[in-house]
Design a protein around this ligand. Structure first.
Ligand SMILES: C[S@@+](CC[C@H](N)C(=O)[O-])C[C@H]1O[C@@H](n2cnc3c(N)ncnc32)[C@H](O)[C@@H]1O
Length: 234
C-alpha cells in the first residue's frame, strides 16, 4: 500500500530528492544524529549496540575499529545479533559502551522493556543516542504503535533509570503542521501533480523551520533526539 513507499524512517540521505514527501526530515535527521554522535562518547575501541538496526544506516558515524553490534528481529541479514522473542537482547549486563536507537521505539511493542534492556546492557556511565517520533504521520513497519511528547519521552527514559543529558526536537511545530497538511492532501491529487506539490510544501517546511526557535522546537517536533546516560554507580 501507499504507506510502504512513504516511510519516514528511511532517514538516510541516499535517494534524497527535493520532491520527496519527506525531503526536509530525511536531510535534517541524519545531520542532527551526526552532530549528536560524538556526545555518545563511544571510543575507537568501544562496543556499540545498534538496537533495531534495519539496514544499519548510521554505521558510518563511528570508527571502523568500534565493535558494532547490529541487532534486529529475526530475519534481518544486516544484523549480527538477533533480538530474543520477548524483545530482550542476548547480551550480558553492563557489556556495551554505547547504544544507538534510531526510529525504533515507536515500533516496539513494550517500550518500557526495551528501555530497561538498554539500561541493563549499558556499562555504568554508558550512553544511548535515541531518536523517535513526535508528530509523524502513521507509518507501519511492520507496526507503528507510539508517539511521544517532549515530556513523555524524557519521562520514559528517566523511568528506565537513565538521565537525559542532551535533548532536541527536529522539525518544529509550524513545519510539522505543514508536513501533516501535505501528507493529508497529496494522495488526493493526481499523481502527476504530487512531485511539484511536495517540492513546494517541502520548501515551505524548510522556511518555516528556519524561523522556529530552538526552545519551541524542543517542546514540539516531528522527531525527538536525545542522549541519556546510565548512572556511574548503581
Ligand atoms: C523503522 S526501522 C529503523 C531502523 C534504523 N534504526 C534506522 O534508523 O533506519 C525500525 C526497526 O526496529 C526494529 N524493531 C521492531 N521491534 C523491535 C524491538 N522490539 N526491538 C528492537 N528492534 C525492533 C525493526 O525490525 C526495524 O529494523
Amino acid at each position: 500500500m501507499a504507506l510502504a513507499r512513504f516511510n519516514p524512517d528511511r532517514g538516510s540521505v541516499r535517494g534524497y530528492r527535493r520532491s520527496h514527501p519527506l525531503a526536509y526530515i530525511i536531510r535534517e535527521l541524519p545531520a542532527r544524529l551526526e552532530a549528536l554522535a560524538p556526545d555518545l562518547r563511544c571510543t575507537a575501541n568501544g562496543r556499540l549496540l545498534d538496537y533495531g538496526c534495519a539496514d544499519v544506516p548510521y554505521r558510518r558515524l563511528f570508527p571502523k575499529s568500534v565493535e558494532y553490534l547490529a541487532a534486529d528481529l529475526p530475519g534481518n541479514p544486516n544484523a549480527n545479533v538477533t533480538i530474543n522473542p520477548d524483545g530482550s537482547v542476548p547480551l550480558d549486563e553492563a557489556s556495551v559502551d554505547a547504544i544507538l536507537s534510531t526510529q525504533v521505539l515507536e515500533h516496539v511493542a513494550d517500550p518500557g522493556l526495551y528501555l530497561s534492556e538498554c539500561r541493563r546492557v549499558l556499562k555504568p556511565a554508558g550512553r544511548i543516542l535515541l531518536s523517535t517520533h513526535g508528530f509523524m504521520v502513521y507509518h507501519p513497519d511492520p507496526v507503528d504503535l507510539w508517539r511521544w511528547t517532549s515530556a513523555g519521552i524524557r519521562e520514559a527514559i528517566e523511568r528506565a533509570g537513565m538521565r537525559v543529558v542532551c535533548f532536541e526536537g527536529i522539525m518544529g511545530l509550524t513545519a510539522s503542521g505543514l508536513q501533516l497538511v501535505q501528507d493529508g492532501i497529496r494522495y488526493r491529487l493526481p499523481a502527476r501533480l504530487r512531485p511539484a506539490f511536495c517540492a513546494a510544501m517541502q520548501t515551505l517546511v524548510a522556511v518555516a523551520d528556519r524561523h522556529e526557535s530552538d526552545e519551541s522546537r524542543n517542546r514540539n517536533a516531528l522527531v525527538f533526539a536525545l542522549i541519556a546516560e546510565k548512572p556511574a554507580s548503581i
